[in-house]
Design a protein around this ligand. Structure first.
Ligand SMILES: Cc1cc2nc3c(=O)[nH]c(=O)nc-3n(C[C@H](O)[C@H](O)[C@H](O)COP(=O)(O)OP(=O)(O)OC[C@H]3O[C@@H](n4cnc5c(N)ncnc54)[C@H](O)[C@@H]3O)c2cc1C
Ligand code: SF4
Length: 508
């Protein structure tokens, strides 16, 4: 019996199920840096550096623990090709791994083990609260798949923010309504900065390597300060809980120029690489709430993201793949405007959201959902092109979390399979939640004509095109009721203006 343990780049978990019963004397670990993977998904330079640096640091740790590790740098082959040659060359009989997050890779590894007739021991990812089978069980008797009910069940099952009778702490399950404030008119004021980490020798080497090997990839490395080790990730968590959590909730949706991070945690990349366990994040937040008497709205709002959304979208991804990647409910076919890759657009909101994305590999949820995502939906862009963009440009982007958020949530490509309505908004929403419109050449209140805000024009156009769908649901009927207050002549002008925009998105 000869065992090979595969550790993927987003499985840097010291408590990994794959390492549980490892025999350091006889078993070997394989980690592969695949250039092929970096090209398979067109990728922000910071995303490549983050993955590879975290992998190299993890490899150092494994070596320091005396494990036998084969670490392949910059392989021109795919992970599965490397795995195949190693198994054949060194005659491994057993392959152990944690189930990959990415559906495609899981299929490829299963097919390979079949082809080579090795015993595959693919273990559940203990990082998550909800297993795939628990999620399937929850889905089985549901007419509608909605986050809210799944999240309540998770709270109860795991005893998080519930009293001993299973009732929600604070008297309600959901404090969303308290968490939607814009920044004050004068601006966000002084926000304590997130924990940032100066690149060490390993990261500096990688920055140079990535600049040399992937010069054409999007994004900047000038501000690369993401956590790449478990220690740094823990420090980032501590810093967030101590300095930023208290104000996270209230300004969760707010946007402001030159304020790329707001009060957000910036923990997604550490969570997704498994440098941090969601349990330790939630425990730290609950402990701070008990100790410091924090507002329930901020604590609940934060925990909902991790215990609710993060687990829910993972469940949906595995449930609906591979169909989810093909879904295109509205049959949108427009190409992604070239300026999504440069930020070179006259729309201030898009300039800001894309600009900071290219600068840092980061934008917060509302920027992703209600700015870049909202525009992509209103502009009728092909979901595949939008999903490829999201997967490329964010440092936390991994398909299991990116795809359901982009296709399912932002683009309504799955046709309301797990969201109750399309998330669309006009310039009025962006004006309310940010200061972007103040320095934009367009006017958020104007629906057509030279100064018309493209968000606003395309929003009304979308409602006109899909009036029947929106009228059919009580959740969206109010939107079409507003439409009926616009005169027929103005509706026609909106449609004509929109046709012009949709035919020439690159010029915006
Ligand atoms: C179109 C679109 C694409 C997205 N792509 C990704 C992606 O590739 N990777 C990713 O991790 N998140 C993605 N998200 C979710 C969310 O925007 C990011 O998790 C969040 O902005 C990360 O920043 P933060 O760590 O400061 O989060 P915070 O706002 O501080 O939230 C705390 C944590 O909650 C989790 N979380 C919050 N919202 C979600 C959500 N909707 N789904 C899953 N987890 C969530 C994250 O782990 C995050 O770190 C996407 C959202 C949208 C609308
Ligand atoms: S006016 Fe319209 S395009 Fe300009 S920033 Fe506001 S919402 Fe964006």
């Amino acid at each position: 019996m000869k065992k090979l343990i595969l550790i993927l780049g987003d499985q840097l978990d010291l408590d990994s199920a794959a390492l549980k019963d490892i025999n350091p004397e006889t078993d070997e670990i394989l980690m592969v840096e695949s250039a092929n993977e970096a090209q398979h998904v067109w990728s922000h330079k910071a995303r490549i550096v983050l993955f590879l640096s975290a992998m190299r640091h993890f490899a150092e740790y494994l070596k320091s623990q005396g494990f036998s590790l084969a670490y392949i740098q910059h392989s021109p082959q795919s992970i599965v090709e490397e795995l195949k040659s190693k198994i054949i060359k060194e005659k491994f009989t057993h392959l152990i791994c944690v189930e990959p997050g990415e559906w495609r890779l899981k299929q490829l590894i299963e097919a390979l083990s079949e082809e080579l007739q090795v015993v595959l021991d693919m273990r559940q990812d203990s990082h998550f609260y909800c297993t795939h089978s628990e999620f399937k069980e929850w889905v089985a008797d549901k007419k509608e798949l909605r986050l809210e009910y799944f999240y309540r069940l998770m709270r109860k099952n795991h005893g998080i923010l519930v009293d001993q009778d299973g009732n929600p702490e604070g008297g309600q399950w959901n404090f969303d309504r308290d968490n939607r404030k814009p920044f004050p008119k004068k601006g966000p004021g002084l926000i304590p900065p997130p924990e940032l980490f100066e690149p060490d020798a390993i990261t500096k080497t990688l920055i140079a390597e990535v600049e040399e090997r992937y010069p054409d990839h999007p994004g900047s490395l000038a501000h690369f300060q993401w956590p790449v080790t478990r220690q740094q990730a823990l420090q980032a968590l501590e810093g967030f809980v101590e300095h930023r959590l208290a104000t996270f909730g209230i300004y969760e949706d707010a946007m402001w120029t030159d304020t790329p991070f707001g009060w957000h945690s910036l923990l997604s990349s550490s969570l997704n690489l498994k440098l941090l366990n969601p349990r330790e994040v939630i425990n730290a937040v609950v402990a701070a709430w008990k100790k410091e008497d924090l507002e329930m709205a901020t604590v609940e709002g934060f925990i909902r993201q991790i215990l609710g959304w993060r687990e829910f979208v993972r469940g949906m991804y595995y449930l609906d793949m591979p169909q989810m990647a093909l879904d295109n409910f509205y049959n949108h076919q427009n190409r992604l405007p070239a300026w999504y890759w440069t930020g070179d657009t006259k729309m201030k909101c898009m300039q800001e959201a894309i600009g900071q994305t290219l600068e840092y590999g980061y934008a917060h949820h509302i920027q992703r959902l209600m700015v870049t995502g909202n525009f992509a939906l209103l502009a009728e862009i092909l979901p595949k092109e939008v999903c490829d963009w999201y997967l490329a440009v964010y440092i936390d982007a991994i398909e299991w979390v990116e795809l359901p958020n982009t296709a399912g949530m932002a683009l309504f490509a799955s046709g309301g399979r797990f969201t109750s309505k399309p998330y669309i908004a006009s310039g009025a929403y962006i004006k309310r939640m940010s200061n972007y419109c103040g320095s934009c050449q367009y006017k958020p209140d104007i629906r057509f004509g030279e100064d018309a805000c493209p968000m606003t024009n395309l929003y009304w156009n979308f409602l006109i095109q899909h009036r029947t769908q929106f009228e059919a649901s009580p959740r969206t009927r109010l939107m079409t009721a507003n439409l009926s207050r616009i005169s027929e002549a103005d509706q026609q002008a909106i449609t004509i203006h929109a046709k012009g925009l949709l035919g020439d998105l690159n010029s915006l």
